[in-house]
Design a protein around this ligand. Sequence first.
Ligand code: NAP
Ligand code: MG
Length: 462
Amino acid sequence: MKAHDGMYIGGEWRAAVGTDLIAVVDPADEQVIAHVPAGTAEDVDAAVSAAREALPEWAATPPAERAAKIAALRDVLVARKDEIAETVTAELGAPLPFSQSVHAGVPILVAGSYAELAASYAFEEKVGNSTVYAEPVGVVGAITPWNYPLHQIVAKVAPALAAGCTVVLKPAEDTPLTAQLFAEAIHEAGIPAGVFNLVTGLGPVAGQALAEHGGVDLVSFTGSTAVGKQIGATAGAAVKRVALELGGKSANVILPSADLAKAVGVGIANVMGNSGQTCSAWTRMLVHTSQYDEAVALAAEAAAKYGDRIGPLVNAKQHARVRGYIEKGVAEGARLVAGGPDAPREQGYFVSPTVFADVTPEMTIAQEEIFGPVVSIIRYEDEDDALRIANGTVYGLAGAVWAGDDAEAVAFARRMDTGQVDINGGRFNPLAPFGGYKQSGVGRELGSHGLAEYLQTKSLQF
Ligand code: NAP
Ligand code: MG
């Protein structure tokens, strides 16, 4: 695959300071498909300098002009959507139709939403005898994971640019080609030099250098809770703004009045999409004891039907980790009703769609984020029991509630300690704030709430 051998800094592709390379692997066949440079602290420093230099002019650019540039970026993403989908499929392994509709499609929607918000947002308001201005926070250090490689970049860069911030991005080592493609799109859209900069590299080297850099005003991180805690601590020590989108262990709560077959079918599809590598995936299915056996049978059938349509996991480490969790589920006494720990193919990091029944809330597979195609079906006795189980993890990112009518589902959802809940299979909304309660994170992405993360307020009194 096509790859750049440098960093995108100050509007051009510059040679990396070091000589180390990252091999990019296709997880479907385990072959190396490209190499990109592994950035160092010096590369990060150069990128932050470029972002600082570009900041005053971009911050002073009228919002309507920033909006026009983001619209141009969206248009380039539209024009190159097939290439985006092919690139994500090559380095993440997602089946091509899923890459086309989700990995390429969603970032286009989000970029479009910020083109509109940049133009319409109230960056200035009157409060009594004051005028309050929403000003850009400054230089943003963005650190993104591999699971939705382009979405997670756009969900940070588009609102940052709309706010008038400049950005240095450190993408995941597993999916740098999508990030390089995004840098090309930024260039093609005519976004001024230094407003967006890309340093590929390893988390503990380039990522850490970016999070610690004194020239960065806000760190926006998406990834594991373990690394998120470190980044939050580093930012806190420097009195720096931070946004954290971390892990999840979301509950799919099926109340007895719900359409059981629909709730189970959509619930299984929700987890199997992207091979279970979705932070908001509803990996715990909560079913009333009276409907438990029927739900288990439906879930096993739905997972088995998924079979070959599922893509591989991203890398060998995740493959081993997820299979280890499945073995742990068996060891702790859960009952496998679909899939299992055996690799279904000789080549590629594949795991079969897996469903566990007889899972109790304290089991490891019901508490920890597995990040693979694994669903745990948990029995509840009554609504209070369901609520206790739903809220009984350290996470609170997302969830679903199904009931005979929306009002009943809403009443339950309001009692959940979680940031986003789909009611009776509610549709994706690119303007809805996304982010976690509890250890699932700090801050929100998407829509006007996501834009506000990149702003700070100044009030003038008259
Ligand atoms: P991760 O290590 O947290 O990676 C996220 C990003 O942070 C990557 O760009 C990573 O770089 C970087 N990073 C790693 N260590 C860093 C450090 N010390 N300082 C600054 N940046 C650092 O996540 P992962 O290793 O890819 O996946 C591990 C687990 O995290 C998964 O199994 C899953 O449970 C969870 N996860 C959650 C999400 C989510 O959306 N909430 C996304 C991905 C993973 P490298 O790519 O070089 O590691
Ligand atoms: Mg990592």
